[in-house]
Write a protein that binds this ligand. Structure first.
Ligand code: NAP
Length: 519
C-alpha cells in the first residue's frame, strides 16, 4: 500500500506509529496509509520561518508570481494523472475532479498574473502619504509588509486540490512560506500534487511544507507573526480559535466554515423564462456537483408559495437523470460522499430535516452505486425536501447536510421576507437571486447582501452568462460573515491582506520616498 509522507524541512518524512488507512469511497478498497506521529513540527515551523520566509521576502512580486506560474504548469502537465487519482481517492466524477484540479492550477495561474502586474515591488504601498504637520515635510505612509512568520493552512476534505492551492497562491505571492495540511481522508491527491512540485524543484528551500495527516501539536508552536488559514466545520473552527496559543500570542486566524447558502426565486420569474432555466440549472448543479460536498452549495431554495409545485416538478425531472455510482465510469454523474462518517452524517441530517420538511426526491435510505458491489461505497441519493411554510422551519436554517441535499422553502413573494429568510442562516458564503424586477431586487439586495460574502444576481440579460453560484473565482472575495466563519480569502490583491501587516511609517517625506521607493 502507498505510504503518504509529510514534507517538512525540505525532506520527506514517513511518521511513526500506527498509520490510518485511506480508502476509495466508491468501493471501500484500501488505497494508502498515513501517520504524522513523531514529526517535529516545532522544527518544521522554525525552518519555514528562518529559511523560507527570508527567501520569499527577498523576491519581487513578479518573481513570486513566476514561482506560481511554474507550479501551475508542472501540475497541469500531469493533469490526466491527477484527475484519475482524484476520481479514485475522492469519489469525484471526472467533471468534479476537473473542478477541483483545474481550480487549483487556474488559481495559481491567476495569482501568477497578478504578481506579474504588481511587478518589481516586494511589498505594497497602501494609499498616498498623509501630511502630519503644518509643513509638507513630516508625513505618514501606510505600507503592507509580508508577515515574518509561517502560514499554516488547514483544509477540508472536499477540495484537496483547489483548497490547498488557492491558499498557497495567495500566501506565496504575499511573501509568506506555507505549511499545508489537507484533511486526512482525502490527502492522497494533495500528496501527489506536492510531490510534483517538489520533484520539479520550483520553490526555494523552506517555502513549502506538507503535513500528510493529523496536525498533532503543530498549532502549539505558532508564534505572534504566524497565521492559520482554516477551512472546515464551524465546530473545529471554534476549537482552533479558542486554543491557548492562538489567544495568548494573537496568532492571526482566518476561518472558512459551513454555510446554509440560499437561492431565491423572485415572483416575476416563471417556467419558460430564461432566468427560470438558469435557476433550475444552478440548484441541480449545486446539489449534485461533488455530491453536494461544496461549501458554497445551495442548501435553502426560497420560492414564492404559488410556484412551489412548478419548481419541484422541474427539479425532480432533472434529478431523475442523475446516475449514482462509481465515479470512474463515464455513465455515472454523481459519486459517493467522501467517507463513512460523512455518509452517516448525511443520513442523520436528512432525517433531521425531514422532521419539518417533506422528502419529495431521494431520502436517507441506502443506495447501491452503479458498477459497485452491493452494500459497498458511501452513496447517498440526491435528496430534495419541501417546506411549504417558512415560518414552520428552523433546522433547515441551522443544520448543513454536507451532501446532495437541498430544501425548497415557501415564502410570500416579498423582497423583505426573502431577505429575512436568507438572514436566518446567520451568515452565508454566497446567495443567488433570480429575477429582473429592479425595485424588488434593490429591496432584497440592501436587506440581504450583508449576510453574505457574495451575492449573485441572475437577471434576464445575464441569464445565459452567469456561472453557477457555487463557483469561487480568484479575483472575487470568498468567505462570509457569522456562521460562514467571518473570514475572507482570494479577491485578487485583497487576498494578500491576511498575510501582511499594515504599518504606518512616519517621517521625513524625502527620506521615506527614497527608502520605500514611492514616486
Ligand atoms: P473538519 O472536520 O472541521 O476538518 C477540517 C480540517 O481541520 C481537516 O484538515 C482536519 O484534519 C482539521 N482538524 C480537525 N481537528 C483539528 C485540530 N484539533 N487541530 C488542527 N486541525 C484539525 O471539516 P471537514 O469535515 O474536513 O469539512 C467539511 C466542512 O467544511 C463542512 O462543514 C463544509 O461546509 C466546510 N467547508 C467550508 C469551506 C469554506 O470555504 N467555507 C470549504 C470547504 C468546506 P483531519 O482530517 O486530519 O482531522
Amino acid at each position: 500500500m502507498v505510504r503518504l509522507q509529510s514534507y517538512l524541512q525540505d525532506q520527506w518524512m514517513p511518521g511513526e506509529g500506527t498509520p490510518r488507512v485511506l480508502v476509495n469511497p466508491a468501493t471501500e478498497e484500501p488505497l494508502a496509509e498515513t501517520t504524522t506521529e513523531g514529526l517535529d513540527f516545532a522544527a518544521a515551523l522554525a525552518h519555514a520561518r528562518d529559511v523560507g520566509g527570508p527567501a520569499l521576502r527577498a523576491m519581487s512580486f513578479a518573481e513570486r508570481g513566476a514561482l506560481l506560474k511554474a507550479m501551475s504548469r508542472a501540475l497541469h502537465a500531469d493533469r490526466e494523472g491527477l484527475l484519475a487519482l482524484s476520481s479514485q481517492c475522492n469519489g469525484a466524477t471526472r467533471g468534479d475532479s476537473k473542478f477541483d484540479v483545474d481550480g487549483a492550477t487556474g488559481t495559481l495561474s491567476s495569482y501568477a498574473y497578478l504578481g506579474k502586474t504588481l511587478g518589481e515591488g516586494r511589498y505594497q504601498i497602501d494609499g498616498e502619504a498623509d501630511k502630519l504637520s503644518k509643513g509638507a515635510r513630516y508625513v505618514g505612509q501606510h505600507v503592507r509588509l509580508p508577515r515574518p512568520g509561517v502560514a499554516v493552512h488547514i483544509n477540508a476534505f472536499n477540495f484537496p486540490a483547489w483548497g490547498t492551492f488557492e491558499k498557497i497562491a495567495t500566501a506565496i505571492l504575499a511573501g509568506v512560506p506555507v505549511i499545508t495540511k489537507p484533511a486526512t481522508a482525502t490527502a492522497t491527491l494533495t500528496h501527489r500534487m506536492i510531490q510534483i512540485i517538489v520533484e520539479a524543484g520550483i520553490l526555494p528551500a523552506g517555502v513549502l511544507g506538507f503535513v500528510a495527516g493529523p496536525a498533532g501539536d503543530l498549532l502549539d508552536h505558532l508564534g505572534p507573526q504566524d497565521m492559520i488559514a482554516f477551512t472546515g466545520s464551524a465546530w473545529t473552527a471554534a476549537k482552533l480559535r479558542s486554543g491557548a496559543g492562538v489567544l495568548q500570542r494573537s496568532v492571526r486566524i482566518n476561518v472558512e466554515a459551513d454555510s446554509l447558502n440560499a437561492a431565491v426565486l423572485a415572483p416575476d420569474v416563471g417556467p419558460g423564462d430564461p432566468v427560470w432555466h438558469a435557476f433550475v440549472r444552478a440548484v441541480v448543479k449545486d446539489m449534485t456537483q461533488k455530491t453536494g460536498q461544496k461549501c458554497t452549495a445551495i442548501r435553502r431554495v426560497f420560492v414564492p408559495t404559488d410556484r412551489i409545485d412548478d419548481v419541484v416538478e422541474a427539479f425532480s425531472e432533472e434529478l431523475a437523470g442523475i446516475v449514482v455510482g462509481d465515479p470512474q465510469r463515464s455513465d455515472v454523474s454523481m459519486g459517493p460522499v467522501a467517507t463513512a462518517s460523512q455518509l452517516r452524517d448525511c443520513r442523520e441530517g436528512i432525517n433531521l430535516l425531514a422532521k419539518e420538511a417533506e422528502i419529495v426526491v431521494g431520502g436517507p435510505a441506502p443506495v447501491s452505486g452503479v458498477g459497485v458491489a452491493d452494500g459497498k461505497g458511501y452513496f447517498v441519493a440526491p435528496t430534495l425536501l419541501v417546506a411549504r411554510d417558512a415560518d414552520a422551519t428552523s433546522e433547515v436554517h441551522r443544520h448543513e447536510v454536507f451532501g446532495p441535499c437541498a430544501t425548497v422553502i415557501g415564502y410570500d413573494g416579498t423582497a423583505e421576507t426573502a431577505a429575512a429568510q436568507v438572514a436566518r442562516g446567520e451568515g452565508c458564503l454566497v446567495s443567488s437571486v433570480y429575477g429582473s424586477d429592479r425595485d424588488w431586487l434593490s429591496s432584497f439586495l440592501f436587506a440581504a447582501a450583508s449576510w453574505n460574502g457574495r451575492v449573485q444576481v441572475c437577471s434576464e440579460k445575464v441569464a445565459d452568462q452567469v456561472f453557477p453560484p457555487g463557483m469561487v473565482l480568484p479575483n472575487q472575495v470568498h468567505g462570509g460573515p457569522g456562521r460562514a466563519g467571518g473570514g475572507e480569502e482570494l479577491g485578487g490583491v485583497r487576498g494578500m491582506d491576511f498575510y501582511t501587516n499594515r504599518v504606518a511609517i512616519q517621517g521625513d517625506r524625502g527620506l521615506l520616498k527614497k527608502i520605500l521607493g514611492t514616486p
